[in-house]
Design a protein around this ligand. Structure first.
Ligand code: NAI
Ligand code: MG
Length: 500
């Protein structure tokens, strides 16, 4: 592992001015201070220094935002708009995102820490793609006509799909802008109004997105953005009696709290939670793609991916070769500030995450695992951690069982497919999995047997706005992206008409 030096980087002038004054929250089309007047700091993970200040929303602000969303749902231009007009607004937002790509990418890297290359190539463009995909759906939300066998009369029956109402959306910090888009896109396409609570670690890009949404022409109150902490603003949103649906991405632990909070008014719930995804390399795999693919599976986004390929299973005959290959890839990664063009691996998002990941490294090594590369906190004042490959791992170890959410992979050998499948499935999670093999039957057999919402064959972390994404088991409830995402935000209504 090499480290890069602090960059001399001239920020986009809009970024500099955006960071200069405390950012307000967006309620009812206005940028306002919090009711309490409180603000909180957001940090630059590359240095640990304060990056900016943001209005701190709490229960009272959430309440105002929900009122604004309710008003915009029931009256004014939004419910009157044709589907095609809604679609156009969403498309316009995508155009504005692309138009402001440089600025948004810098903001994302400053707030989250990720290398600028990825903010520019992945986060911002895929956010625009998502909005364009969902813009198309706005005019294609259809019901059915239903042939009845009901006795005693003649009826014409049809179903309608209507927006579910006011939606609360709580998102994490690992892909701040993209997670906002995954939530906003389908909700807006079907005609909902919403209150978004970004993660306290990374509120900035969502607030900039709010500005662009106003510029695109979304009516006041359709999109409300209330930054704040989870235990206060987030909990108030999840429990609010006038919110019809809550969508959450984050830890499994908080997912359970959301489910409880939602029970008060039985709001609909969708959850996208943690993972401990198996990545399985067979002896017949093409190693020149499987090795770098397995390295990317864990090191992409500093390992802060719900889909991270954190349990690497390798056939015993090629175990040393693959593990050494992944270790070599880890050693080659240049760890440094995200704004440095030489950086491949940025800092983790926060001191809290750094402590958490370092705690796992210590526990793994104490339990007898061996780090063939990495294993420690990185150098410097930022939240850096070394990319790490652990071997000599036993199934009962915490590093093998729990989501680490950092650049740490455990590598375990296996001898046949019948052995590896139960091991791969032996987790409370079921978000994603991957198989590397040239044997097409084996690939499909494994794809069938793996209890996970996404299975990649000879690839990893491929996403598309059109393809459903979500978890089995404790990885979540519901599917985002694709047509499935629309179901999260619509109610089905059946209408019977007496033809007699
Ligand atoms: P978290 O689940 O606490 O935070 C995610 C979001 O939920 C944030 O917006 C936060 O403000 C909000 N939140 C927190 N407590 C809440 C509550 N009681 N009610 C309503 N909203 C609440 O995740 P955290 O603490 O940032 O990270 C802890 C671990 O969670 C990570 O180490 C990782 O394992 C996992 N995680 C998984 C993510 C995923 O993409 N599935 C994303 C982020 C974290
Ligand atoms: Mg938390």
């Amino acid at each position: 592992m090499a480290t890069t030096t602090a960059p001399t980087f001239t920020l986009h002038k809009n970024v500099t001015s955006f960071l200069k004054t405390p950012r307000k929250m967006l309620i009812g089309g206005e940028w306002v201070d919090s009711v309490s007047g409180k603000t909180f700091e957001t940090f630059n993970p590359a240095t640990g220094e304060v990056l900016g200040r943001v209005a701190e929303g709490d229960r009272a602000d959430i309440d105002q935002a929900v009122k604004a969303a309710r008003k915009a749902f029931e009256s004014g231009p939004w419910p009157e708009m044709s589907p095609s007009q809604r679609g156009r607004l969403i498309w316009k937002l995508a155009d504005l995102l692309e138009h402001n790509l440089d600025e948004l990418a810098e903001l994302e890297t400053l707030d989250n820490g990720k290398p600028l290359f990825f903010s520019r190539m992945v986060d911002v463009p895929s956010t625009a793609d998502l909005f364009r995909y969902m813009a198309g759906w706005a005019s294609k939300i259809e019901g059915n006509t239903i042939p009845l066998s009901a006795r005693g009369g003649q009826y014409f029956a049809y179903s309608l799909r209507e927006p579910i109402g006011v939606v609360g959306q709580i998102i994490p910090w690992n892909f701040p802008l993209m997670m906002a888009a995954w939530k906003l896109g389908p909700a807006l396409a079907v005609g909902c109004t919403l209150v978004l609570k970004p993660a306290e670690q990374t509120p900035l890009s969502a607030l900039r997105l709010g500005e662009l949404a106003i510029e695109a022409g979304f009516p006041p109150g359709v999109i409300n953005i209330v930054p704040g902490f989870g235990e206060t603003a987030g909990a108030a949103l999840a429990a609010h009696p006038d919110v019809d649906k809550i969508a959450f991405t984050g830890s499994t632990e908080v997912g359970k709290l959301i489910l409880q909070a939602a029970s008060g008014n039985l709001k609909k719930v969708s959850l996208e939670l943690g993972g401990k995804s198996p990545n399985i390399v067979f002896q017949d795999a093409e190693l020149k793609t499987a090795i770098p693919g397995s390295a990317n599976a864990i090191f992409f986004n500093q390992g802060q991916c719900c889909t991270a390929g954190s349990r690497l299973f390798v056939h015993k005959t090629i175990f040393d070769e693959v593990v050494e290959g992944v270790g070599k890839a880890a050693r080659k990664l240049r760890v440094g500030p995200g704004l440095d063009p030489n950086t491949n691996l940025g800092p983790l998002v926060s001191q809290e995450q750094l402590d958490r990941v370092c705690g796992y490294l210590e526990s793994g090594i104490k339990d007898g695992a061996k780090a063939i590369v990495g294993g420690q906190k990185g150098a410097g004042s930022g939240y850096f951690v070394e990319p790490t490959v652990l071997v000599d791992v036993k199934p009962e170890m915490k590093v093998y069982r729990e989501e680490i959410f950092g650049p740490v992979v455990t590598a375990v050998p296996f001898s046949d497919p019948e052995e590896v499948l139960p091991s791969a499935n032996s987790t409370v999670y079921g978000l994603a999995a991957a198989v590397w093999t040239r044997d097409i039957s084996k690939a499909h057999r494994l794809a069938n047997g793996l209890r996970a919402g996404t299975v990649w064959v000879n690839c990893y972390d491929v996403f598309d706005a059109a393809a459903p994404f979500g978890g089995f088991k404790m990885s979540g409830i519901g599917r985002e992206l694709g047509e499935y995402a629309l179901e999260l935000y619509t109610e089905v209504k059946t209408v019977y008409v007496n033809l007699g």
